[in-house]
Design a protein around this ligand. Structure first.
Ligand code: MN
Ligand code: MN
Length: 305
């Protein structure tokens, strides 16, 4: 079950419209500045499968939270926010390379002239497909308990555990910043050290404060370089987001994540929210994912870049 499909076409090859859209948005992409796309794929999940159900769960949660943003004084309704939800990418179970090509194709069709594209995961591997479709002159800001810097995992180099490694190969190590890191393998650690990949651990966020971390990232960002924000929901402590593929204690609070995101969103052109496996909780993790996206939209809308 990945959400009810609509028979109506949205004019986008490779994306099937769904009935229950994010925030109840329309499916017509023509005038949309913000485009939502679901990726119901969990073919390389290594521990707790189920993130293929993430897009439907995040959409459902989005329809049950306040769509007025207090801090910005903005209402995220269809009338004031030019947003479209074009549905889900067509994927086949376990065909990770096919999924990556589909994501790349759809993102390449819709990205030009948009303020931002937002992807609903699905497992974290999808990020590579989207990054491939964008200009390579971007900074990938990865919120994640893990580094995802393995060269290969579970017999594939396109596993969710390898996605940051592939991004580094594509963009260069200076184009990746990791936040919330706490669970790594020694080889990943050595690779990250050798490549000089910047990271902010949970302890860094605790000690410096979420706002200061966001400001540091902004200050180090070359003028005009846009950000791709990739959120693996396991960046949050399992107390906030228990329903993820690979939960890891000792994580960020939901407020820390939202605080950093609110400051950086105006510089971002893409956001993905991945690894929600909704059967492992009562809807809390999907709610955090939906709130992550609405926070991003409000912050972007109030301060256009
Ligand atoms: Mn992770
Ligand atoms: Mn990840």
């Amino acid at each position: 079950m990945t959400g009810k499909q609509l028979r109506k076409s949205n004019g986008i090859a490779g994306a099937k419209p769904v009935l229950d859209t994010f925030l109840g948005a329309g499916i017509d992409v023509a005038d949309a500045k913000y485009v939502i796309l679901g990726v119901p794929f969990d073919g390389t999940s290594s521990f707790r499968r189920g993130s293929r159900r993430g897009p439907a769960a995040i959409r459902e949660a989005s329809q049950n939270i306040e769509s007025f943003c207090l801090l910005e004084g903005i209402h995220l309704d269809a009338a004031s926010l030019p947003i479209a939800d074009i549905g889900d990418v067509s994927v086949r179970p376990r065909r990770v390379e096919g999924m990556l090509r589909s994501v790349e194709t759809v993102v390449a069709q819709v990205f030009p002239s948009r303020q931002a594209i937002i992807l609903l995961g699905g497992e974290h591997s999808l990020t590579l497909g989207a990054v491939r479709a964008l200009s390579h002159d971007i900074l990938v800001l990865q919120f994640d308990a893990h580094m995802d810097l393995r060269d290969s995992y579970g017999g594939t180099s396109y596993s969710h555990a390898c996605v940051a490694r592939r991004v580094v190969e594509l963009l260069g190590p200076e184009h990746l910043v990791q936040v919330g890191t706490r669970a790594v393998d020694q080889q990943e650690y050595e690779f990250a050290q050798a490549q000089g990949i910047r990271r902010y651990t949970v302890q860094d966020v605790e000690q410096l404060g979420a706002g200061a971390i966001a400001q540091r990232i902004l200050d180090s960002l070359p003028r005009g370089l846009p950000i791709y924000v990739s959120v693996d929901m396991d960046v949050l402590d399992p107390a906030f987001a228990p329903a993820v593929g690979n939960p890891e204690p000792g994580g960020l609070t939901s407020l820390q994540l939202l605080t950093i995101l609110r400051i950086l969103a105006p510089r971002a052109v893409a956001l993905d929210v991945t690894e929600v496996a909704p059967q492992y909780d009562q809807g809390l993790t999907a709610l955090c994912a939906a709130r992550t996206i609405t926070t991003f939209l409000c912050a972007k809308k109030s301060q256009p870049r």
